[in-house]
Design a protein around this ligand. Structure first.
Ligand SMILES: *Cc1c(COP(=O)(O)O)cnc(C)c1O
Length: 376
């Protein structure tokens, strides 16, 4: 299926999402946590891969929960017909919880203020499903330990609240052995004990992708993989994960220039010999970071080739030497890396960031998204 995201009738660049890769990755992750349910994290439009097709693929591969950041993201999935359990955990302070409660979305709760607002939005005789979040040391959202007993008691006493789970999030799970992991695990255990002492019997969930892959002792009832489902490995150990996203374009024009001619704005690159240039109609407006100018390759005609000069808003130029690519030839900007093409990780390393940021920034109105392996 071709998505309708793009207004371009003939796209100059496209992002392909391999749903078979997503199913493969999620099956692998589920097998690594055999005693736990799996919540596929599809926040931020499934890390730029498209929330709805990814959610469907995740459910096909065994996810029994879907996690989003905002309630709006969860409701969009519900409205599109997703019946799987949904969990959302962070909204604007003025968010209206009523539609979420009505749609049966589980809500993350970090404070008694939030709890009261959820209870107030819950019709009498019904119960909102909440997951109480303990801040075990990430110091972002979550209830600080000093206020935890108060939150637990308020939740236990409120007839319109059903405490489904106690949960938290790790700061350094991608650095296996980091001492904060055990400290957070200890605080998590203490917080759970407080909930039990208050008469609650909640589920527990803590593990992101990195903890899923490296800390089986922290899997508990439910694991919450995000990045690894998209095939990007957050930990320094080999895993059979397949990157699901490929960013590609095609040669739009081929020309020969003479030695001494320069290329693109600012003339930062000059041909040291006569050479053939291939023009690629994808630029920084399409997701190619301009700051990769002078230090990026693309995969074209069976090998990697250097981008010559600056990446422009709409186009970039590839130095092909004495090879003669044809107009229409495929150009891979990043992909799985299996043919030697650059990867999102390679871009991230060059840019001083993480591959999460690369893939989540690939939603561009001019770039078509195409889904491979769609079943429904
Ligand atoms: C984003 C997120 C995850 C997934 O993290 P990954 O590192 O992508 O696996 C899990 N839980 C919460 C609360 C998150 O915000």
């Amino acid at each position: 299926m071709t998505s309708s995201f793009s207004h371009e009738h003939s796209p100059r660049a496209q992002v392909d999402i391999d749903l078979d890769a997503i199913r493969h990755n999620l099956t692998l992750l589920g097998a690594r946590a055999p005693g736990s349910q799996v919540m596929a994290v599809v926040k931020a439009d499934a890390y730029g891969h498209g929330a709805l097709p990814v959610a469907r693929a995740a459910v096909e591969a065994g996810a029994s929960w879907l996690g989003t950041c905002s309630l709006g993201e969860a409701l969009a999935l519900r409205e599109a017909g997703i019946t799987t359990r949904l969990f959302s955990w962070l909204d604007a302070p003025e968010a209206d919880f009523a539609p979420g409660i009505e749609a049966g979305v589980d809500l993350g709760v970090s404070s008694t203020g939030e709890l009261s607002r959820i209870a107030a939005a819950t019709p009498a005789g019904t119960r909102a499903r909440v997951h109480l979040k303990i801040d075990t040391g990430l110091s972002r959202n979550g209830c600080p330990p000093a206020e935890w007993a108060g939150l637990v008691e308020a939740a236990a006493a409120e007839p319109r609240i059903d405490v489904v789970a106690v949960w938290s999030h790790l700061a350094c799970a991608d650095e296996p052995g980091h001492p904060s992991i055990d400290l957070q695990a200890k605080r998590f255990a203490d917080a759970y004990d407080v909930a039990r002492a208050a008469g609650l019997d909640p589920m527990r969930h803590l593990a992101n992708s990195a903890a899923l892959l490296t800390r089986p002792d922290l899997h508990f009832d439910l694991v919450r993989p995000g990045i690894a489902m998209y095939g990007l490995n957050p930990v320094p150990q080999d895993e059979d994960l397949r990157p699901a996203m490929t960013f590609r374009s095609a040669v739009a024009l081929v020309k020969r220039i003479e030695a001494g001619e320069s290329v693109s704005y600012g003339h930062t690159w000059t041909a040291s010999r006569d050479t053939t240039l291939a023009l690629v109609p994808a630029g920084y407006a399409d997701g190619v970071p301009r700051s990769l100018s002078g230090r990026m390759d693309v995969f074209l005609g069976g090998r990697r080739r250097q981008v010559a000069g600056r990446v422009c808003m709409d186009q970039l130029v590839v130095d092909c030497g004495d090879d003669e690519p044809a107009v229409g030839d495929e150009v891979v900007l990043f992909g799985a890396g299996t043919r030697g093409e650059p990867t999102a990780r390679e871009w991230a390393d060059k840019l001083g960031t993480i591959d999460y940021e690369i893939v989540t920034s690939m939603y561009r109105p001019r770039v078509r998204r195409r889904y491979l392996g769609e079943r429904s």
